[in-house]
Ligand binder design. Sequence first.
Ligand code: AMP
Ligand code: ZN
Length: 111
Amino acid sequence: MPEPECIFCKIAQHQIPVKAVHEDDHSICFPDIDAQAPTHLLLIPKEHYPNAAAAPADVLGHLLKQAATLGEGLLPQGYRVVVNTGDDGGQTVHHLHLHILGGRPMHWPPG
Ligand code: AMP
Ligand code: ZN
């Protein structure tokens, strides 16, 4: 069930338009509005889960495989997949999402 005030649920239901780079029955991938790298995409499940722990294993598997497929296709020099979780993890939108970042060398350790 969509959460009424969840911005990513609204994107998943096409109530807020995005320039999707991928969409299927279960997920949608679109540019982050505040890009932290030359390519910065968000991959979200259409179903609302507040974080990875709340999502079933098959959903997590589908998302990670999709992120890898998109990364390989769009960012052949490499990319990073990030799942910020909770306050210390820097999560600001409480609908599970994977960041896919690339187009420049990533720093380690992350900040
Ligand atoms: P996080 O901080 O890991 O929860 O990531 C949430 C991300 O969602 C941030 O990087 C925001 O820039 C991004 N974001 C918030 N609203 C939108 C939107 N309407 N379209 C695209 N990205 C968004
Ligand atoms: Zn949601």
